[in-house]
Design a protein around this ligand. Structure first.
Ligand code: UDP
Length: 234
């Protein structure tokens, strides 16, 4: 039985790239979509915030004005949203993509009350283009949308790591995994799981977060059913 009524799932762009670092791997997207369908079938209202790091990260390019570069990153998230939508709809999951930057020919603009209505009607809402402003991240978009739609929890699905560690477990074999953390500890220990803006937004609005590895079988469903996999943050 699902533990939560309404969730926000944050998928990084990297997660949609499969074994590559750039672009979209549709075989991998289809695997993610199958996991989402399982949550959908269990009746949990699901909003998904997609990242764009598989196409562009604004801060990584010094030769382009930062704001312009960030807008490019936001456009990348829309491509990811459309790929995920296509994959989900092929599985029979009803979806709506909303964009924080208007592009009406492509998808609906983000309208909070409309998003909530979609969720109530059992549609998966894919939130794209971040918060619609440069200098922010899609993690912050996940925190903001979760607060706005009154989600019970944010699921932070990670690729290549199965929770929060005190150092990168792919580099340091002695890295220690945390089962439970507070947002204050994330800030104080300077843990690189989310940027400070997103962390603070979650902390100030009491939104719990569960960080887990997307490659574990049925990971999303386990989290939705209240299993303590990965790291819980409160
Ligand atoms: N971005 C932005 N404002 C937002 C969300 C994203 O400017 O509200 C830009 C920013 O340049 C970021 C890029 O879009 O680097 C891709 O998003 P993010 O890095 O959060 O994606 P992820 O790491 O989750 O794949």
């Amino acid at each position: 039985m699902p533990k939560y009524k309404r969730i926000v799932l944050k998928l990084s762009g990297e997660a949609l790239a499969g074994s590559n670092t750039v672009g979209i791997d549709m075989d991998y997207v289809n695997l993610i979509a199958k996991q989402v369908k399982k949550i959908y079938d269990s009746g949990v209202e699901t909003g998904i915030v997609v990242g764009g790091g598989n196409f562009w990260r604004g801060r990584d390019e010094n030769n382009i004005d930062r704001a312009t570069s960030d807008y490019m990153g936001m456009l990348g998230t829309v491509m990811n949203a459309l790929a995920l939508q296509d994959s989900l709809e092929k599985l029979g999951v009803i979806t709506r993509v909303q964009t924080a930057i208007e592009m009406k020919q492509v998808a609906e603009p983000y309208i909070r009350r409309r998003a909530i209505r979609h969720l109530e009607k059992g549609r998966v809402v894919i939130f794209s283009a971040g918060v619609g402003n440069p200098y922010f991240s899609t993690d912050t978009a996940a925190a903001l949308r979760a607060a706005e739609i009154d989600a019970d929890i944010i699921l932070l699905a990670k690729k290549g790591v199965d929770g929060i560690y005190d150092s990168d477990p792919n580099i340091n074999s002695d890295a220690k995994k945390f089962d439970n953390l507070t947002y204050r500890e994330i800030l104080n220990k300077n843990l690189k799981i989310m940027d400070a803006t997103a962390t603070t937004l979650c902390m100030d609005n009491n939104i719990p977060l569960q960080v887990f590895g997307i490659d574990e079988e049925d990971a999303m469903y386990k989290v939705v059913c209240g299993e303590d996999i990965g790291t819980n943050v409160k």
